[in-house]
Design a protein around this ligand. Structure first.
Ligand code: PLP
Length: 405
């Protein structure tokens, strides 16, 4: 659908949006009508260099040809059939994912929060089935983000943030410990705990990569205490950190991994992967979804993953991400630059992240913020080049000098 089809101009469309839609955050002042590769195009055809990447989604680039082709084919053949039927895209995607990342079973979901809900439910049932009704607690990290459903909201370790304020009482069964502090996790891992769940790189929290020793220590702790290690790879999964999954970057394999975002080529899909033995904890009827594993979403994800593999986009993420961080260190007012592959956080010496985001958008460059007001988060498509980085850095440099005090 484009503007001509609506009979409205830009101002009328935005007014209509404001009248009818609940807004999550202030939008940029343009209508995104088209997108290709590293760029989004507005209603007048202006190109915006996209380092927001649909919030870490469009990993193979906007409107990737392979993804578009598979989606169009699937839409013409069958859009939805229900999970009572076997469907070819779902079967092929399940095989591709499990064989590529070394997992045995997959449970499809619709998004990241749902994938995490599935992981939380699986861990709880595993604990209760094997150790009794008292063993259901999960330790997550302070400053984490696991989603906005009631379960994942409780798992999210940001007690005073807008994400959680006003939604209490929270789902019981979660405890928080300081990220990258193994001793704190050891202390929290009491006998009623069945799992530890962490992001290998905290994204929304401000881009904090885990230390290798921390994740190795969590693996050992889980093995010693018969707990499950869950990695939330909703943001880090599928090439972003320089390997297909961040657990490969770290060389630490979790018992359960969750994914969404970059997996689907822009269509809503999520999943949880684990071993066959563990997945069997969910007997028939224990867990399900109407849309999870929808054939169109699965066709898109299949194409996306094929593209990531064939074009070795995780390797590009590693090389270009390192280049970007080196350049980012030359920006004015920078306090710290953090990241892994193509997820980068730039922390400034003042709270300019929000203004930087909207002012850069006016200059046709898109970036993300995080929950910390001094941090911007860059999660571009994994096709980003060094030239794209140079351009992004120069727009940020110019804008920082304008807005910083
Ligand atoms: C690490 C992590 N987990 C879970 C989620 C929630 O994913 P979704 O918005 O697809 O529900 C996000 C979203 O930003 C995320 O970054």
């Amino acid at each position: 659908m484009n503007m001509k089809d609506t009979g409205m101009n830009k101002a009328e469309l935005i007014e209509t949006a404001k009248k009818y839609m609940n807004e999550q955050f202030p939008r940029f002042d343009f209508i995104a009508e088209k997108a290709k590769g590293m760029y989004i195009y507005d209603e007048e055809g202006h190109a915006y260099l996209d380092f927001l990447g649909g919030i870490a989604v469009n990993a193979a680039g906007h409107c990737n040809e392979r993804v578009s082709k598979y989606v169009k084919q699937q839409v013409d053949e069958m859009v939805h059939s229900s999970n009572y039927c076997f469907t070819i895209p779902q079967i092929m995607l399940a095989k591709l994912i499990c064989e590529t990342i070394g997992m045995e079973k997959i449970q499809f979901q619709n998004c990241g929060a749902e994938a995490n809900e599935a992981a939380i439910k699986l861990a709880r049932k595993y604990g209760v089935d094997n150790y009794g009704p008292e063993r259901y607690k999960i330790v997550t990290a302070l400053n984490s983000f696991h989603g906005r459903t009631l379960g994942t909201l409780a798992a999210t370790g940001q007690p005073d943030s807008a994400i959680q304020k006003g939604f209490a009482p929270f789902t019981p069964g979660f405890k928080y410990a300081e990220f990258n502090n193994l001793e704190a996790f050891k202390e929290a891992a009491t006998d009623d705990v069945i799992a530890i769940m962490v992001e290998p790189v905290q994204g929304e929290g401000g881009v904090f990569p885990a230390d290798k020793e921390f994740l190795e220590g969590l693996r050992k702790l889980c093995d010693e205490k018969n707990m499950l290690l869950i990695f939330d790879e909703v943001q880090t999964g599928w090439g972003r950190t320089g390997e297909l999954m961040a657990y490969m970057t770290y060389g630490v394999k979790p018992d359960i991994v969750t994914m969404a975002k970059a997996m689907g080529g822009g269509l809503p899909i999520g999943a949880m992967c684990t071993s066959e033995k563990l997945m069997n904890t969910f007997g028939p009827g224990a867990h399900g979804t109407t849309f999870g594993g929808n054939p169109v979403a699965c066709a898109a994800a299949y194409a996306q993953i094929e593209e990531l593999l064939e074009k070795k986009l995780s390797e590009n993420a590693k090389e270009v991400g390192a280049y970007f961080r080196e350049k980012a260190l030359t920006l004015p007012h920078v306090k710290e630059v953090r990241g892994l592959g193509l997820i980068t956080g730039i922390e400034f010496d003042q709270n300019i992240a929000n203004e930087l985001k909207y002012t850069c958008a006016e200059k046709k460059y898109l970036l993300m913020t995080a929950v910390r007001p001094a941090v911007v988060r860059l999660v571009p498509p994994l096709i980003a080049s060094k030239e794209d980085c140079d351009k992004a850095i120069e727009i940020m440099r110019e804008t920082i000098l304008e807005i910083a005090k």
